[in-house]
Ligand binder design. Structure first.
Ligand code: SF4
Length: 512
């Protein structure tokens, strides 16, 4: 199939997708795709990029949405898009969606297929990040336990987007942007960390991270409650991370237009150095239109727009500063009404409660502080949507290395500690069943059953539910009542531990 009508701009969507897929592993090709698509595709029109921008405008721009209903062709032209809106009806024609009048052809248009295939490629990339393995077995077991816990503790749509990066660095004290909805309650900006002053300690800390975690350290990145571009040397830190740990970090900036030339240079640098996806957090309608005017759809093919501006349908997380705020409620009311027109019931029901994406180390170079963290739903206990298992400080790179080792040793046992009383997570309600037990919360129901040994499984659940017995005491009880060998009993308890259903974040006093 051919697309477009310009004689010199004909390229098959299939060929375009092949080029995009090949560019995921060929950084020079990716750079050419965004800087000079004609040299790759024979045309400067990248259908996937045009449709991606169409979808971003659909989500992020209320007048684009309204214009589509009134005069679709004129609206698409006014926003500078080179697509036929009626080829993309499946994305925006809410009435046809609701009435089921879309045809199979509507769902199979090239533009729709390109966007879906592109999103699938990115999903596959992120799932590789999730399944990345650390060469440190204790860290690996701990991280995968946090991933398992999040899958059943956090809203499923929210949980599926968390990559559980192993570490992040803050290169400043606070953030200069000050978003009202900041999900991690960033502090007021007090200055960036001088690269020259911190260089030796920074490099030593990076080396320690690599030595402790192995290749997974390449998945670290360089912001949290901080804005990357607040640090004038941000790019130097990125290159160091690549040189020491093997990966150029993904960037999310909320100020892409503060210095658009710098932003463009970073996009090109990160493509050249092997980073696949960056993100712009768009805070206002003005920044949205300036960004789209400054950068072509092709230039932003590998940049995701996180549309936080007024008029956007993107749902903000109820975490950090947004938590319990009136503005969030107003925002959500607007989104609920507007989303009814377009989105699936699952998307409409999404209620993200965390923006945290690290299960590992949060290292602030300004305060010389390390926190061991992992995402969770924001609550009174964890208002910023992540658990802090421990917070510690360091004086120099050598001490940072020691602190990393200590945190791993203290918090990442390969097996359950025999002397700590076991309990199920506080968000899970327990129900005994004839052949085992069921744990449930607002998002999931986890059934633990064994038809061959129903009474045994029921008893295990009951003992843990009491919250008074440690692994040793439970093993003794199972040996006495059912003749179960200690190793088997401990194996069963370790399995529940690995599934992330046991309470891990606060110690329960052992009564025995
Ligand atoms: S959301 Fe990001 S940019 Fe906004 S205040 Fe928080 S850390 Fe800064």
């Amino acid at each position: 199939m051919e697309i477009d009508t310009g004689a010199r701009e004909i390229v098959s969507a299939h060929r375009e997708l092949q080029a995009i897929e090949a560019s995921l592993n060929d950084h020079e090709l990716r750079l050419r795709l965004i800087t000079d698509p004609k040299s790759v595709l024979g045309t400067d029109r990248v259908l996937t990029a045009e449709v991606k921008r169409f979808a971003e405008l659909l989500i992020g721009n209320a007048s684009f949405r309204k214009g589509l209903q009134e005069n679709a062709r004129a609206t698409v032209e006014a926003f500078g898009l080179r697509v036929d809106p009626f080829e993309l009806r499946a994305l925006w024609d809410g009435k046809a969606l609701r009435e089921g009048s879309l045809t199979p052809q509507d769902l199979q248009r090239e533009g729709i297929l390109c966007l879906n295939a592109f999103n699938e490629l990115k999903r596959a990339f992120f799932s590789r990040m999730l399944s990345a393995v650390s060469s440190n077995p204790a860290f690996d077991a701990w991280r995968h336990r946090q991933i398992a816990r999040c899958r059943t503790e956090v809203d499923p749509v929210n949980a599926s987007a968390i990559v559980h990066a192993p570490a992040t660095f803050e290169l400043a004290s606070g953030c200069s942007v000050g978003c009202w909805f900041c999900g991690v309650s960033a502090e007021k900006y007090r200055g960036a960390v001088s690269y020259e002053a911190i260089r030796d300690d920074w490099l030593a800390t990076l080396a320690a991270l690599r030595d402790e975690l192995g290749p997974i350290a390449s998945k670290a990145f360089l912001y949290w409650g901080t804005e990357p571009f607040d640090n004038p040397d941000y790019e130097k830190y990125c290159l160091d991370l690549k040189a020491v740990c093997g990966g150029f970090p993904q960037t999310t900036t909320a100020i892409p237009m503060r210095d658009a030339d710098r932003t463009w240079e970073l996009i090109k640098l990160s493509a050249r150095e092997g980073c696949l996806v960056n993100r712009f957090s768009i805070l206002t309608p003005r920044v949205q239109s300036e960004t789209m005017a400054r950068f072509t759809p092709a230039q932003l093919l590998f940049v995701e727009l996180v549309l936080h501006n007024r008029g956007s349908l993107m749902v903000k997380a109820e975490a950090g500063r947004a938590r319990n705020s009136r503005r969030l409620q107003e925002d959500r009311d607007f989104v609920t009404v507007e989303l009814g027109e377009y989105a699936s019931p699952a998307l409409q029901a999404a209620r993200p409660s965390t923006i945290a994406c690290v299960s590992g180390f949060l290292i602030n170079l300004a305060h010389k502080e390390i926190r061991l963290i992992s995402p969770c739903p924001a609550s009174d206990e964890h208002p910023d949507g992540y658990v802090v298992f421990e917070r510690t400080s360091f004086g120099d790179g050598r001490e940072a290395a020691a602190r990393l080792r200590e945190l791993i040793a203290r918090h990442m046992p390969m097996r359950l500690d025999a002397t700590t009383a076991l309990a199920f997570r506080g968000d899970l309600s327990f129900a005994s069943e004839p052949d085992g037990f069921v744990l449930s919360n607002a998002f999931d129901t986890i059934a633990i059953r064994n038809k061959a040994h129903p009474a045994l499984m029921q008893r295990v659940g009951g003992l843990i539910h009491e919250g008074r017995w440690n692994a040793e005491a439970i093993s003794v009880a199972l040996r006495g009542e059912f003749g179960v060998a200690d190793a088997q009993a401990r194996g069963l308890l370790d399995l529940l531990f690995d599934k992330g259903v046991l309470r891990e974040r606060t110690a329960v006093p052992a009564p025995i």
